[in-house]
Design a protein around this ligand. Structure first.
Ligand code: AMP
Length: 550
């Protein structure tokens, strides 16, 4: 099938904001695509060519893509940059430049979907000697055969930002509409496999019956079950009747998958971080039996066996070079707390059984592998839970988790099955939407950050300008990120794509008509950059309202 057909669908999707319309457009298209191309189209509708658990990435920096576009249309990189500023993104800029140019050199071949897909995938495989120029050659091959709109979407697929307002929810609904399967059945299949391409294929070939047979599979990450806030240790335990209370470690959550000989580690955003922390793979190999499994835990960075700031853990995960040195400088430890699969899926078992199995199979004589500290609590021994909390804080951890031992594991939900109780007053996770350059010695840095919360229909509402809590290194890092995601710059102010998540503390919530949220924060302070969180994880205006004391 021609790539132009998919591009027409992208354009139709971008032209409407109505969810139902988008769903129907996609459903009609899914029906027409043949079975082998369908999973590819599903991924491409999400703006990527790799499934969420894949380690692979195309690895083309924005600058390189702009250079390729400049080469194909015969303008300078500067011209492309100017267009990007004007259009707001590289894809839009490519389209504009293609249209402005006479087309004689283009269209050497017609692009089809499979070819575009496989060429983009091949980019990830190119490494080593002259890899950049070899990658560019591939990109040029695609771009020089592309029409203006094709170039727009190829560019956007390379940077994994399609801008057509389609997320996983719409794709799921479209699959259910196209192949006449219950939404709840498609949802569950997606939740368990985290593979919408597969869900679409099975829905088309085998319908609901086929979807019902899909299950967890080690190697494919699933969305983690998330925690709600506890209103108080006593109240939560009384509500649950009985509870498993565990230390809440302040590191990064990992999902550990073993399939055959291969162990993979995924973050809560399902990024594969196995390569960054190879020593942990070795520890895990030693501590677990040689069976397929999926387990969850928190990895923390330590110094002299004491937990240190979560930022060190992020540094470890981000590190691409000199990993040996990082292993030495920042030792890490794993605290396991759940088991989703052991020889077979276990998520439908109650937590008490999953935990017990974990205890039975893990060899904790390896120093870096531990089970989370835990106690069983009932309304009669709430003091034990309070003691665990105090001990956890004294040992440098964040607080405690309060979990219902009778509950199954439900991927992707945030419900009362699992609660968190932290020491500090609650912070807010917000997204940066703009910034202002500083004055004096901070003139080269963006010193103040305009941040926003989300509203139900994914709209962003501004809530504060935050300018404190940032040391010079963090400022430099943030300024670089801001420039990377810049949409427009006017004088000292810039606007950016909503990509950077900050966790902020503050002294009080106040009403304020100056901000989109209708409220603002007094004395906001940046606590940290939350690279482990995405736009979907930021706090809501609704939560802010519920926290407002009036
Ligand atoms: P938050 O990131 O504030 O939503 O808190 C929930 C997170 O706490 C989880 O996603 C885990 O990363 C982390 N965590 C730390 N210790 C535990 C534990 N014992 N059980 C579950 N989650 C934990």
């Amino acid at each position: 099938m021609k790539y132009q057909k998919l591009v027409d669908v992208y354009e139709a999707l971008a032209a409407t904001t109505k969810r139902l319309e988008k769903t129907s457009i996609l459903a009609e298209f899914f029906k027409k695509v043949d079975i082998d191309t369908l999973p590819k189209v599903v991924l491409m509708a999400l703006g990527t060519v790799f499934p969420p658990w894949s380690e692979e990435e195309q690895g083309i920096a924005d600058k390189l893509l702009m250079k390729a576009i400049a080469d194909v249309v015969g303008v300078s990189v500067r011209d492309v940059e100017d267009q990007v500023r004007e259009q707001g993104d590289i894809g839009g800029a490519a389209e504009k430049l293609y249209k402005a140019k006479s087309q004689t050199t283009f269209f050497s071949q017609t692009l089809d979907i499979d070819f575009v897909f496989s060429t983009l995938r091949k980019l990830a495989k190119i490494s080593g000697n002259r890899s950049i120029s070899r990658k560019i050659a591939r990109v040029l091959e695609l771009l020089s055969s592309a029409s203006a709109t094709e170039a727009k979407y190829i560019s956007r697929t390379i940077i994994e930002e399609l801008r057509i307002g389609v997320g996983e929810g719409i794709i799921r609904d479209a699959i259910s509409q196209a192949f006449n399967v219950e939404k709840s059945v498609a949802d569950r299949a997606h939740m368990l496999t985290n593979d919408l391409g597969l869900v679409a294929k099975v829905a088309k070939e085998e319908g609901e019956e086929g979807l019902k047979k899909l299950n967890l599979s080690p190697g494919k990450s699933v969305k983690p079950m998330l925690a709600q806030l506890s209103e108080g240790i006593g109240i939560s335990i009384e509500e649950m009747g009985e509870a498993i209370c565990e230390t809440k470690y302040d590191g990064i959550r990992v999902q550990i998958h073993k399939k055959g000989d291969k162990i993979n580690l995924f973050t809560r955003r399902l990024e594969n971080i196995s390569k960054a922390i190879p020593e942990m793979i070795d520890y895990i190999k030693k501590a677990f039996p040689d069976e397929d499994f999926i387990a969850e835990g928190e990895i923390i960075a330590t110094k002299n066996n004491k937990p240190i700031s979560f930022q060190y853990m992020l540094q470890r995960v981000r590190r691409k070079y000199n990993i040996e040195k990082a292993i030495e400088d920042v030792p890490i430890r794993l605290y396991l707390f759940d088991l989703l699969y052991f020889k077979e899926p276990m998520i439908d078992e109650p937590l008490a059984i999953r935990r017990k199995t974990l205890e039975d199979i893990v060899d904790t004589s390896i120093d870096q592998i531990n089970l989370s500290e835990m106690i069983k609590a009932t309304p009669e021994n709430i003091q034990d839970a309070v003691n665990l909390f105090n001990e956890s804080i004294a040992n440098g951890h964040e607080g405690i988790m309060i979990k219902n031992p009778k509950e199954p594991y439900i991927p992707g939900i945030r419900e009362k099955k699992m609660l968190k109780f932290k020491a500090e007053p609650e912070t807010l996770d917000v997204v940066v939407v703009g910034g202002t350059y500083g004055v004096g010695k901070r003139v080269n840095f963006i010193g103040s950050y305009k941040v926003a919360l989300q509203e139900e229909d994914n709209q962003l509402k501004t809530v504060a300008h935050v300018a404190t809590g940032l040391d010079d290194d963090t400022l430099a890092e943030l300024t670089e990120l801001m420039n990377k995601y810049k949409i427009v710059e006017k004088g000292t102010k810039i606007e950016v794509e909503p990509r950077i998540i900050l966790e902020i503390a503050y002294s009080e919530i106040v009403k304020s008509p100056e901000y989109g949220a209708g409220y603002s924060l007094r004395f906001p302070v940046v606590k940290r950059i939350r690279e482990d969180k995405g736009l979907a994880d930021i706090d809501t205006v609704e939560r802010l309202k519920s926290m407002f004391k009036g």
